[in-house]
Design a protein around this ligand. Sequence first.
Ligand code: ADP
Ligand code: ADP
Ligand code: ZN
Length: 216
Amino acid sequence: MNIILLGPPGAGKGTQAQRLMETRRLVQLSTGDMLRAAVKAGSEVGRRAKAFMDAGQLVPDEVVIGIIADRIEAPDCKNGFILDGFPRTTAQAEALDRMLAEKGLKLNVVIEMKVDDTALVERIAGRYACAKCGAGYHDTFQKPKVAGVCDNCGGTEFTRRADDNRETVVTRLAAYHAQTAPLLPYYRARGVLREVDGMASIDEVSRQIGRVLDSF
Ligand code: ADP
Ligand code: ADP
Ligand code: ZN
């Protein structure tokens, strides 16, 4: 099963993708994570992407399309994948359609996670992750069971993203509304769009996504 999680920054895409990896054994393909890894490694892709990411703007289409095209080739994608943060523009969606058609793969469903802009600012401002395993947390909404210790790996070091600040969030939300929201009618017209209430609790959102996936 191949699915897209579509929603604004902070909607909960990464959180739900991490859960789906375990419950449905799907591979998570997060262009944000791939780009951050490229920046950290100082690769050519990272050098091209960094200034856009720091400013909260979208990285040029050909850069992200290139990294997804490479990644989708990998054998672990054969059992199904979750696209998290891709596509984000109509050009990316069209490139994805071409890639899938070439490989004879099908896009089963696009899940829209609907969340109010006001809630997103708070979610992004409080977001952090385990430095060792990447498990995601939130200052208020998703604390580790033992304070300062990662539930998943026992790690005690945590990181915050450089772009998770209130100024950049405004730019990122504007980019979502201008460049990514047009994908909703694009996928609705193809009959693959389903909606979940991203304002609900993390567990409730997981249940709603589970019901959507079970209907296939
Ligand atoms: P969030 O989870 O908050 O939506 P991401 O981790 O998905 O953020 O993305 C972080 C940044 O990486 C974006 O602000 C953008 O600069 C870049 N980025 C990630 N995915 C894409 C994409 N598909 N197209 C263009 N830029 C992207
Ligand atoms: P995205 O990948 O869409 O940018 P994340 O999954 O990283 O979003 O979630 C953003 C922040 O909000 C994280 O700190 C996460 O713990 C928290 N979060 C995710 N889903 C919910 C939810 N349904 N209710 C409250 N907080 C949430
Ligand atoms: Zn951890």
